[in-house]
Ligand binder design. Structure first.
Ligand code: ADP
Ligand code: MG
Length: 578
């Protein structure tokens, strides 16, 4: 059977893993790193992916895109230089790169993949992810929830355990909470809750907004009109955010419009950080409480709280967990890597690998799915009510039916609108799509209509309507989302991505050093700046000359200079994977 790779396609970072010799292992990228920043940029009309693109974003924000996962399933476009991409296309660029890394690592072609998504991703976002896989030339065998993937790693390594785990996954842009029970090799997810627009980046944005405000600037104006300033500000806030781990107060320099640092500095205390992010922490609390309630679990019944995702490193988050559960969270496996490793375990399950033959896993549908109904109050009809067909935390795959009735005599038309959410009124839930029927048989009002929802292992919903009176069936896999591409569009997207010229991988490492050094320039005073710029110029010349000795010596000079300026170059940009 073909190899299936496991991919964690993150908002901030993406990783790839494979199940080999009885265990999941990570696959390094062309720079030898496991984490590939989810960033796409253009240099000399060629695509660069990962750390180099992330550095490019600081100096030339118009030439790179980040955080596009936040726009999966929406209409938004991203402009990179002269080219325009949507979120699935940019995700496809990342997936294609990971696929190539895997092929190089394994020494053969790879076609199949398991891709993880935040548990709280809705139908549109999941389909957009599947689409990204297709555009990248991957056959997406399964879409699985990120916390479920993390749970699989814990379950795989501890198959004989009998315990309850809570997985808390706070990444760059999404937040998921999952409760799982392990018992004699069977892993049962009992509840999942979350928010698909809450992550570490929101903390960074809040910091940037507050700092700019203190400096007398308006965040929105900067965000929309001053991309260089904004990109630098976010980079500085990201660094400051991390330094709260061992500092009570951080100083953030204010960049000018070109993104270069001025003498103005704003200091932020850890209390202020806590205050400006209090609303985010409140939002974090809700899904945790709900997941506990849904699985009828008390905090002290949770044996282990497992942290996943880079943003769980914030002491705000660990303190919150300690307070609630009265115990230290556990990170037996690297929180950045565990999701990708779990995707590889899922791949092994699909392939019936011997190493997982005693493992059984069940997952749940994280949210309620239902339709709109009209309620009758006396003589008054009131529409807009939500009727759940699949209740949240039902074990998947699941298929359930509800019966609704026509409202009028000889009613010919019916619109089954499909919603996701927990609110009583549909207007407060997310609309996923609709199924229109305009040939109902003539019949007095009150004719029964059977509405069946089926939610599969990938978290994709199918809606089926059956009219007993006429014996007719109508069905749809919901497609009513903004960026749904039909086969022709898909082919076009595949060709568009195939046609892109990628920056030669072997040169990317050096190009990254150059982009990194350029991104540092804006943070220096005028004298430091001049001396660094001279070295960058020589390095660039050496890079283009093809003279190995000359190149190596200028490279060394540049590395030493960067360190002496307090901006050492790390080949591992996140500094997280050691
Ligand atoms: P994703 O899965 O969404 O790609 P990650 O799990 O890689 O995200 O987490 C990225 C987020 O974690 C970013 O918002 C980043 O700022 C944050 N992060 C990473 N390391 C730290 C740290 N040491 N302190 C605070 N936040 C961190
Ligand atoms: Mg993640």
């Amino acid at each position: 059977m073909e190899t299936i790779i496991g991919i964690d396609l993150g908002t901030t970072n993406s990783l790839c893993a494979v199940f080999k010799d009885g265990k999941p292992i990570l696959i390094p990228n062309s720079e030898g790193q496991f984490l590939t920043p989810s960033a796409v940029g253009m240099v000399d009309e060629k695509v660069i992916v990962g750390a180099a693109a992330k550095d490019l974003k600081v100096n030339k924000p118009e030439l790179a895109a980040l955080y596009f996962k936040r726009n999966m399933g929406t209409d938004s476009d991203f402009k990179i230089g002269k080219k325009v991409f949507n979120a699935p296309e940019l995700s496809a660029v990342i997936l294609k790169t990971l696929k190539e890394d895997a092929e190089k690592f394994l020494g053969h072609e790879v076609k199949d993949a398991v891709i993880t998504v935040p548990a709280y991703f809705n139908d549109h976002q999941r389909k957009a992810t599947k689409l990204a896989g297709k555009i990248a030339g991957l056959n997406v065998k399964r879409i699985i929830n990120e916390p479920t993937a993390a749970a699989l790693v814990y379950g795989f390594h501890d198959q004989d355990a009998d315990k309850k785990l809570m997985i808390i996954d706070l990444g760059g842009g999404t937040f998921d909470v999952t409760i799982m029970e392990i018992f004699e090799g069977s892993l049962e997810i009992t509840s999942t809750a979350g928010e698909s627009f809450l992550g570490g980046e929101d903390f960074t944005f809040r910091m940037a907004a507050w700092t700019l405000q203190q400096a007398g600037m308006n965040f929105e104006m900067v965000e929309f009109r001053k991309p260089e300033l904004m990109a630098r500000m976010l980079k500085l806030c990201e660094k400051a955010k991390r330094s709260f781990a061992d500092k009570e107060e951080v100083e953030i320099s204010i960049p000018d419009e070109k993104g270069e640092l001025t003498d103005q500095k704003i200091s932020m205390s850890s209390e202020q950080f806590t205050e400006i992010t209090a609303e985010l922490m409140k939002r974090l609390e809700k899904p945790v409480i709900r997941a506990l309630r849904d699985s009828e679990t008390l905090p002290d019944e949770v044996d282990e709280v497992i942290l996943v995702g880079g943003a769980t490193r914030m002491s705000l988050v660990t303190d919150f967990i300690k307070n609630l559960f009265k115990k230290d969270p556990c990170c037996e496996y690297n929180p950045d890597q565990v999701v990708a490793l779990g995707a590889a375990v899922q791949a092994a399950l699909i392939k019936d690998d011997q190493a997982v033959e005693d493992m059984v896993m069940t997952d749940v549908c994280p949210f309620s799915l239902g339709t709109e109904v009209t309620k009758v109050f006396g003589h008054q009809n009131q529409d807009g009510y939500f009727l759940p067909v699949i209740h949240r935390n039902s074990v998947i795959p699941v298929s359930r039916e509800e019966v609704v009735y026509t409202m009028y005599d000889n009613q010919r038309q019916l619109n089954i609108e499909v919603f996701q959410g927990e609110a009583r009124k549909v207007k407060d839930n997310i609309q996923l799509g609709e199924l229109k029927i305009d040939d109902l048989p003539k019949h007095p009002k009150g004719m029964p209509i059977h509405v069946r929802f089926s939610y599969d292992m990938n978290g994709i919903l199918e809606v089926e309507v059956f009219i007993p009176e006429s014996g007719k069936k109508y069905s749809t896999v919901l497609t009513n989302h903004a960026k749904h591409l039909d086969e022709d569009d898909l082919q076009e997207a595949v060709e568009k991505i195939q046609k892109l010229k990628f920056y030669p991988r072997d040169d990317l490492r050096n190009r990254r050093l150059l982009l990194f050094a350029e991104s540092v320039v804006g943070e220096l005073n005028v004298y430091e700046r001049q001396s660094l710029e001279e070295l960058i110029d020589t390095f660039e010349t050496a890079l283009n000359s093809g003279d190995k000795d000359y190149f190596e010596s200028t490279q060394n000079h540049l590395l030493v200079k960067l360190s002496s300026l307090g901006h050492p170059y790390k080949s591992n940009p996140e500094g997280l994977t050691e």
